[in-house]
Design a protein around this ligand. Structure first.
Ligand SMILES: C[S@@+](CC[C@H](N)C(=O)[O-])C[C@H]1O[C@@H](n2cnc3c(N)ncnc32)[C@H](O)[C@@H]1O
Length: 326
């Protein structure tokens, strides 16, 4: 079954198939329903109608292959889903190793309103998995994320890695609005929305705040074409992260330009560590990015990826994490 991909449902496909195969009655099927489509989190923040419909149809197919009694709840739930109106939005929930969930609202279409930033991409999940295994990179530090999109990566980092401050950023107005909503949805208070085009309007006492209430979380409008060295210096980022931002040669040029400014906006002792996770879809785009880095004298190394899989996503396309140095 392929329904672990982009699931938003709280059950691993492998466990689910195993449970169904060995079950003698419909009690395990009911348990599966209660841990997935009927889970309180899924009822409050439902995955797309299309996804739930496919999931339930597959479950019925699998269940009909066993000797167990039919289960009314399964057919009733499918009936409810078939009667629900399809929406342009859906929710996806991802379970952290602590058992906590991160939920984001997304668009159903992978590109909408002229942006790729209204859905969560696999590289974002990969980077979040890497962060879960390397919390020390983020703990008690100021983090700037470029091209945050739905915010999944940053929300997972804020939940688990104890940064001092986390600055989410993007340049698309709709993405910035959805991003802010997703941050609030996950219980973070946007403590001071103090950046506009990278300009800090206020400073909060982050160390004290982080200890008392968790990281100082902000959302900044930051266009890689427009952010100046002075504006970037004001972020005082100690670590910069980004996921799935190398996807188009036109975007690459402005991304390399902002990396160059980030690596030269402050003195050598305060240079940020920069990590970018990328899905290697098109080798030409990736090579073009590397050549552009070479042209401006930025070196990089590929760092080992996460060892454990915490989140369900498509692992068939290679994803790498690069670290950048001058
Ligand atoms: C493929 S999405 C990745 C989103 C998110 N990082 C993830 O992994 O799910 C690329 C993101 O980069 C942002 N982006 C593209 N060009 C940008 C630019 N010039 N300045 C700032 N953000 C940009 C888009 O708005 C979008 O949110």
């Amino acid at each position: 079954m392929g329904y672990e991909e982009n699931s938003g449902l709280l059950y691993k496909a492998v466990d689910l198939e195993q449970t169904l195969k060995i079950s003698k009655d419909s009690s395990s099927l009911l348990a599966i329903l209660q841990k997935t489509v009927l889970h309180p989190l899924c009822l409050k923040y439902p995955p797309s109608v299309n996804y739930r419909r496919h999931f339930l149809s597959e479950l019925i197919k699998q269940h009909e292959c066993t000797a167990a009694e039919p289960l009314d709840e399964l057919y009733e739930t499918l009936g409810d889903v078939l009667n629900s109106e399809a929406s342009a939005h859906c929710y996806k929930s991802f379970i952290l190793p602590s058992g906590d969930a991160v939920t984001v609202r997304e668009n159903v279409a992978i590109i909408s309103q002229g942006t790729t930033g209204l859905v969560t991409w696999d590289a974002g999940l990969y980077l979040a998995e890497w962060a879960l295994e390397h919390p020390f990179v983020f703990t008690n530090r100021r983090i700037l994320e470029l091209g945050s999109g739905t915010g999944l990566t940053g929300i997972a980092i804020c939940r688990t890695c104890h940064p001092k401050a986390y600055i989410f950023s993007d340049y698309h107005q709709r993405v910035l609005e959805e991003l802010s909503e997703n941050i609030r949805l996950n219980g973070f208070f946007l403590q001071c929305e103090c950046y506009s085009l990278g300009r800090a309007k206020c400073r909060c006492h982050e160390a004290e705040l982080a200890e008392l209430h968790g990281p100082c979380v902000t959302v900044a409008e930051l266009d890689w074409n427009l952010g100046t060295k002075e504006q970037l210096a004001e972020f005082r980022a100690e670590v910069v992260v980004a996921a799935d931002v190398i996807y188009d040669p036109n975007v690459t040029k402005s991304l390399v330009a902002i990396l160059q400014r980030l690596l030269t906006c402050t003195d050598a002792e305060n240079l940020p560590e920069i990590y970018i996770a990328s899905t290697c879809r098109n080798p030409d785009t990736y090579c073009h990015f590397q050549r552009t880095l070479e042209d401006v004298g930025i070196r990089w190394e590929v760092v080992p990826g996460p060892q454990k899989n915490f989140f369900p996503y498509n692992r068939s396309t290679k994803i790498t994490i690069m670290k950048f140095l001058l």
